[in-house]
Design a protein around this ligand. Structure first.
Ligand SMILES: [Mn+2]
Length: 343
């Protein structure tokens, strides 16, 4: 028996009215674990409201139950229990939830190592690839039936948070649970088509313009496999294509994905004299150490920061720091670490 959920199950048994919430700017794990949890509780005969402050991203609207997610808690009250999934800090659940008077007992199910345990009950599993895995374990422990609909949501949570089973978070456990979810009805092909091959044409028009800006820069003295690659997205490109910033998600990976490149950079113009810089490393250089110098954040292999200045100035600043880090890593021979989760 999985005793990690004993306190959770005891609360669930006594309660009727449930709220399930996840973080602002939701991605696949937030949406999938939220809906999966909500459907599981409904299956246990509970009254459930699923809430996200922000809209469900277009690519996840196909998820069974996505249409039941509400985006306002105005007038809502009297919850016995709130489940927060995939969220490390309470304020990331959004203003609407913070303003809610009666969330009931807050149960925090998550996998972020930085989770501050804001719940009344906390099950935080840093070894889990995704909150989806934690919800899966809850379902098993609570005896909730994992229907095809739940399986599809939890499969998407695991798939997206492991970068399609490519990051170091793609553990044997993640594969075993994903396999079980496929057995229960999740369709890898259907999900893959919906999530990864369902983009509007304007995204590809934008990508064409962005890839035309590609520069690859060798770092003198750092040896092979230590080049920097960079691409740029401008406001003019958004105007020209009708695409928006969300359509540029993931473009930085094209820069990282080049042979001999250690770090890929994407410079996105946010307004006059402002840029968002996204950095992706293959494992030899800790790009979060670079982003932190500019008040940004992230992980060793995926980080970002906002900067002021012209494109030339911003590039020059980032590249000079990055070159130092690449030289340090080349000297100390910091081994290649496979990318961990991006989020
Ligand atoms: Mn997650």
């Amino acid at each position: 028996m999985d005793s990690r959920f004993d306190a959770v199950i005891e609360k669930v048994k006594k309660a009727k009215r449930f709220l399930v919430v996840s973080h602002v700017n939701p991605e696949g794990d937030a949406v999938g674990s939220l809906i999966g949890m909500a459907l599981a509780l409904k299956g246990l005969g509970k009254d459930v409201t699923a809430y996200l402050e922000d809209p469900v991203p277009d690519i996840f609207r196909f998820l069974p139950g996505a249409g039941t997610v509400t985006h306002s808690l105005a007038g809502a009250s009297g919850f016995d229990v709130t489940f927060a999934v995939d969220c490390g800090q309470k304020d990331r659940l959004g203003k609407g939830f913070i303003a809610l008077k009666e969330p009931g007992i807050i149960i925090n199910l998550d996998h972020h190592v930085t989770n501050d345990r804001f719940g009344d009950v906390n099950v935080v599993v840093p070894d889990a690839s995704s909150a989806g895995e934690v919800v899966y374990d809850f379902c098993k422990a609570a005896g909730a039936v994992i229907t095809k609909e739940i399986a599809t949501n939890l499969y998407v949570a695991i798939l997206t948070d492991t970068g399609s089973f490519r990051y170091s978070s793609a553990t044997p456990e993640a594969f075993i649970k994903a396999g079980e979810l496929v057995r229960l009805g999740a369709s890898p092909w259907d999900v893959s088509m919906r999530v990864y091959e369902n983009y509007p044409a304007k995204r590809y028009k934008l990508l064409g313009l962005v890839l035309a800006t590609l520069e690859v820069m060798k770092v003198d003295g750092a040896g092979p496999d230590n080049a920097i690659a960079m691409v740029t997205v401008t406001q003019e490109m958004f105007r020209q294509t009708g695409a928006d910033k969300d359509h540029a998600d993931g473009f930085v990976n094209y820069a990282r994905g080049i042979e001999g490149v250690a770090v890929g950079l994407l410079f996105r113009e946010t307004g006059p004299g402002g840029y968002k810089v996204s950095m992706r490393a293959k494992g030899g250089v800790d790009v979060s150490a670079v982003s932190q110098l500019f008040d940004g954040g992230g992980h060793a292999n995926a980080a970002g920061c906002s900067m002021k200045g012209s494109l030339e100035e911003v590039k020059a600043e980032i590249i000079s720091v990055l070159k130092e880090k690449i030289m340090e890593a080349a000297v100390t021979g910091a081994g290649a670490r496979p990318p961990k989760a991006m989020m």
